[in-house]
Design a binder for this molecule. Sequence first.
Ligand code: GDP
Ligand code: IMO
Ligand code: MG
Length: 432
Amino acid sequence: MPSNVIVGLQWGDEGKGKITDLFSKNSDYVIRYQGGNNSGHSIHIKNNYFILHLIPSGVIYPYVKCIIGPGVVIDPKYLIQEIKNLKLMDINTSKVFISKRAHITMPYHRLLDQYQEEFLEDQSIGTTHRGIGPTYEDKIARIGIQVLDFLNPKNFYKKLKFNIDLKNKIITKIYKKTAISFDTIYQEYIEYAKYISDRIIDAVYDIHNAFKNKKKILFEGAQAMLLDINYGTYPYVSTSSASTGGVCVGSGIPPSFLTNFIGIAKAYCTRVGYGPFPTEIVENEVGNLIRKKGNEYGTTTKRPRRCGWLDLIALKYSCMINGINYLIITKLDVLSQLKIIKICVKYRFYGKIIQYFPAKIEKDIECIYIDFPGWEEDISHICEYEDLPKNCKKYVKFIEEYLKLKILLISVGSERNQNIIKNKSSFLKIFS
Ligand code: GDP
Ligand code: IMO
Ligand code: MG
C-alpha cells in the first residue's frame, strides 16, 4: 500500500492543512512527525474554519487515526485547548493519539524562547514564542521530558525538579528575570497528564503494524523546507527536520516505506518572521494587495506575512532535497487581476549569475525575473484546468517546465472543494 508524505516547499503556510484534509478522506492514518504548536494548519469546510496546531489535519474524518508522532514536541496546555475546541465544534477526537517518545514543551521553554529573542535584539529570529526551539534544545541535551514521563509521576517530579532548578539559574542569573515556581507548574502539569493519559501510545509499533496491515498512511509535514533546521535559511529557521527526510526520524520508519512525496507551494511566496527572502516585495502596492487578497496573516501568531514573487530557484532546491514527485500549487486565485506577475529564475550574487540556492543568502542578492502578463478573471470557481484563462495556464506551464515536474492539483480557494485536479490519473493513483 503506498504511503503519502505532504510537505511545504517554501517558508510555511502553503496550505498543508487544506491538502492534508483532502487526502485524509482516503487515509486510515494521518501522522505528524515534527514541529509543535508553532504550526497553524487551516481547514475550511462550508462555513466552518478549523485551525490545528498539534492535532493532525485528518481529525475532521472520524475514521482517521491521528497520531502526534515521536518527533513532535507537545505543549499539553495548548493540546488540551485544541481538543476542547474541536469537541465544541462537534469533531470526534477519540482517535487522536500521542507518542510516548514525543517531548513536552513546558512553560519555561516558552519563557526562554521569548528571553533569547529579546537578548538577540536585531539578530532575533522572529520565532512564534511557543517554546519550540528550547524544547528541541533540551531533547538534544538529553534533559528533555518525554510524554512517557507523564505516565510515571515520580519520574516526572524528579525530571521537572532538575529542569526547573537549572532553568531558574538561567532565568535569574543570565536573563535577570523572575524565577518560576516548581510547585505551581508541577500541580498544573500533573492535571494535564491525567487529561491526556488515555491517548498515549507506543506510536512506533502502532505505525509499523499499520504498514503491516496495509493501511493507507499519510504523513503531514509542518513548517516547510526553507525553515528546515539543516537545509533552510539558517539561522532563520525552525528547529526540526521539516523535509521528507524528517518523516523517518520523526516516526520511526525506514525510508523504504515511503512512496509518494507531495510538495505544496503557493503560486507566490510568503514568510513570517525574519530572515532572507530574495523575492520579497517590500513596501509596495502589489505586496499589500497580495497580503490582503491572500489573507496573509499568521494562523498562529496573527503577524502579517511578508509577501513576494514565486522563487523558482528556491522551489527547485526544495523539490530536490525532498524528492518531490507530485507538486501542488495553492492560492493561484490570489494572483487574479494583477497586471504583471513575476517569477524569479536566476539570482545575481556577488556579481555572478547563479541558478542554485546558496547555502547562505546575503541581503544584497538580486533576483532576475521573467514577467508574465496577468489575467483579469476570478478563477476561484473553476474546476477544470482547460477553463483557466490563457495567461494563467501559461504561468502554470512555465512552473512545470522549469521544475520538470507535473502539477497534480491547483488550489483556487480556501474551501475544501476549490480545487482543479490537473493530473487526474496520478491523482486517482494516489487517492485510491
Ligand atoms: P499551512 O500552515 O500550510 O496549513 O497553511 P495555513 O493554513 O497556515 O495558511 C494557508 C491559508 O490559505 C489558510 O487561511 C487557508 O485557508 C488558505 N488557503 C489554502 N489554499 C488556498 C487557496 O488556494 N486560495 C486561497 N485564497 N486561500 C487558500
Ligand atoms: P506551518 O506548519 C510559517 C517560523 C517562525 C519563525 C521561525 C522560527 O503553519 O506552516 P519557531 O517558533 O518555530 O522557533 O520560529 O519559523 N515558523 C513558521 N512560519 N508557518 C509555520 O508553520 C511556522 N512555524 C515556524 O515565524 O520565523
Ligand atoms: Mg500555517
